[in-house]
Ligand binder design. Structure first.
Ligand SMILES: [Zn+2]
Length: 190
């Protein structure tokens, strides 16, 4: 019932958006989200916490090329290229492949390494840790806790209070401001 209410509220909000914009019958969940991935991607949800399991073929169809390369093929974006590398707006970072909340902006810091860096994930289960011994290094890979997208690595040279440095490819991150997140929270509460 509660879930139904949330869906109804979101639907109502979307209707308002489309009235004020044009007569398009767009049913986008969030009109402020311009990311094309979200529109093509049926598993993308910022509220659904159920695990996502898809074949590589399926992922290839629903993810933009650059997201697929990092998330599914464990690629690495070139350093200093992410729009989130030098970006300090208040809000929440989500997995660009599935919408899972990953980090809060107040745990982001300037590590100087060339990739967006955080010292703490948003919750315990938001990230999966896997030993990575490729490229002649011993590292810990970080993956999305919901869809297992490759995010980056975690190192033990971060700032207090955790001493950790989550070094994350910006291409697999989606950002929403605090106001957007608050709106969603209030929708859930009603
Ligand atoms: Zn994910």
């Amino acid at each position: 019932m509660r879930r139904f209410l949330v869906i109804a509220l979101i639907a109502a909000t979307c209707q308002q958006c489309s009235y004020s914009q044009s007569s398009s019958n767009s049913n986008k969940m969030d009109s402020t989200e311009k990311k094309s991935a979200e529109n093509l991607n049926p598993v993308y949800s910022k509220t659904d916490t159920s695990k996502v399991v898809k074949t590589e073929e399926e992922w290839k169809k629903i993810l933009p090329k650059d997201v697929y390369y990092v998330a599914r093929q464990k690629g690495t974006e070139r350093p200093w290229t992410s729009k989130y590398e030098n970006f300090y707006e208040k809000g929440t970072y989500y997995c660009a492949a599935c919408g899972n909340p990953l980090f809060k902006s107040d745990t982001k810091f300037d590590s100087g390494c060339g990739w967006p860096s955080f010292y703490e994930p948003i919750s315990k289960g938001s990230i999966i840790y896997t030993p990575d011994n490729t490229h002649g290094m011993t590292r810990t890979e970080t993956q999305c806790g919901r869809c297992k997208a490759h995010l980056g690595h975690v190192f033990e040279d971060g700032p207090p209070p955790t001493g950790l440095r989550f070094c994350i490819n910006g291409v697999v991150l989606d950002f929403a401001t605090a106001q957007e997140a608050e709106k969603k929270y209030n929708e859930k509460k009603d």
